[in-house]
Design a protein around this ligand. Structure first.
Ligand SMILES: Cc1ncc(COP(=O)(O)O)c(C=O)c1O
Length: 434
């Protein structure tokens, strides 16, 4: 397969994989491996698609990037320049977004167990929205906001009770979930009374996020149906018109060459039609609609480069190739059996007909990065490129086995690249210890 058909920023020149016009073999030798390479141009293209398919197409809409997918200062600045807001889920993510000088009003603060310190930090800094899913938090937000003389714009995250078709570890919308408020009417009354009776809370509406890497639009539409019914119910029961509805993220991307490309409009157009239809039917004004894509913006923009360190053939069983990274830079295969595509970056023109399993270097048998993929006559010293590693790789990286986290290099098209995050050193890993 032509690699450019799988990833439009990849090409083959002089038998090497080029990414955004940069020779990845040279990148590996210049910056070392493992190395995250993120195409800034790909990120900007995705942001432009969000604008065209959603923000410019539908009035009164917002898009915030779910920064848990990949959060660096650089990334926050790019997203901010592109006119999207930022979704954060911890004091640490909020701190980084503020350091990157993101407008606090464009920040959405999530979390099912925010600490008091985090709430105080968010309210002090005037974050744009707090998304809440527990009653205790409502009284805490009210108390902090009253003390600081603020009024907090807040949405409730609901549990729509929809099973999304994705791995159960990244499914979040079913009834049995740690996220969101169940919509049982007795529960609902307590929650609605709490916000409507809090003078320092400006209650705006509802949020749902049903899971990640979802390939079809059925679950999103089913969840939306539940949220719209709730909007009509609170209009009838409390005379309250919801002014905002946040549809979350979860839009799937391509990990394997056979995966179809999914346009955002495939999810968003029928959802926007349904919202308009139901609101007109119930004679309720259209709420502002927000989306929170994470993976869709950054996932396909990233690749990871490794040096191949060992080749081990178990006769009649399989060939393992060991690389100089693993579950410390990409936990997703071990965590939820995520699948990836890889090629030999230094033999990109050769036939990739040696089927191997790419194993990481950590002391876990489950540390397998890619199962059964064709490489080109694998030998130690080769550079292996794994695709679609932009989302939830760098942000979930760890120091297991005291392995330093890789550097991040950003490519900007036409052969330009820059160091965005330096490689961790052994000293960095000991910095907190006495
Ligand atoms: C509340 C919320 N919004 C948005 C996202 C982004 O999801 P995705 O990266 O699948 O778009 C997540 C991911 O976990 C989330 O929890």
């Amino acid at each position: 397969m032509d690699i450019g058909e799988f990833n439009s920023h990849a090409s083959v020149r002089f038998n090497h994989l080029f990414y955004d016009g940069v020779d990845t073999v040279e990148l590996a030798s210049h910056y070392g491996t493992p190395l995250y390479v993120v195409s800034e141009s790909a990120v900007r293209e995705r942001c432009s698609s969000v604008r065209k398919a959603f923000l410019e197409k539908y009035p009164n809409t917002r898009a915030v990037y779910a920064s848990k997918a990949f959060q660096t200062l650089d990334m926050c600045r790019i997203i901010d320049q592109e006119g999207l807001g930022i979704d954060v889920v911890s004091g640490g993510e909020l701190f980084a977004a503020l350091k990157a000088q993101v407008n606090p009003g464009a920040i959405v603060f999530h979390g099912n167990a925010k600490t008091l310190d985090e709430l105080e930090y968010a309210i002090e800094n005037d974050v744009g929205r707090i998304i809440s899913d527990n009653l205790r938090e409502i009284s805490e937000v009210e108390r902090i906001a009253a003390r600081l003389g603020k009024k907090v714009k807040l949405l409730y995250r609901i549990t729509p009770g929809v099973d999304s078709h994705t791995h159960r570890f990244i499914s979040t919308g079913s009834l049995d979930s740690k996220f969101g408020i169940p919509l049982d009417s007795s529960v609902r009354n307590d929650y609605m009374r709490a916000v409507l009776n809090s003078p320092h809370i400006d209650f705006r509406g509802f949020h749902f996020h049903i899971g990640s890497q979802i390939r079809d639009n059925f679950s999103h539409l089913a969840a939306l149906g539940v949220a719209l019914k709730l909007i009509v119910d609170v209009h009838t029961d409390y005379g309250f018109d919801v002014s905002e509805l946040n549809l979350g993220g979860g839009f799937g991307i391509r990990y394997l060459p056979g995966d179809p490309e999914t346009e955002l409009g495939y999810f968003l157009d029928p959802m926007m039609q349904l919202i308009r239809f139901e609101m007109e039917k119930a004679k309720i004004p259209m709420p502002m609609v927000t989306i929170e894509p994470g993976r869709w913006i950054i996932g396909e923009a990233g690749i990871t480069l490794y040096e191949l360190r060992s080749v081990k053939t178990i006769p009649g069983i399989r060939t393992y190739v060991g690389v100089d990274g693993g579950m410390t830079d990409n936990i997703r295969p071990a965590l939820y059996e995520a699948r990836y595509h890889a090629i030999s970056a230094n033999k990109a023109d050769w036939s990739h007909d040696t089927v191997v399993t790419i194993a990481g270097k950590c002391c876990e048998s489950g540390d397998i990065l890619v199962k059964d993929v064709g490489l080109a006559e694998p030998k130690p010293g080769d550079i292996v490129a794994v695709f679609s590693t932009g989302a939830y790789n760098h942000s979930m990286a760890s120091n297991y086995n005291r392995i330093p986290r890789p550097a991040v290099v950003m490519t900007t098209g036409e052969g330009r690249h820059r160091l965005s995050v330096r490689r961790e050193s052994y000293e960095d890993m000991l910095i907190r210890e006495f």
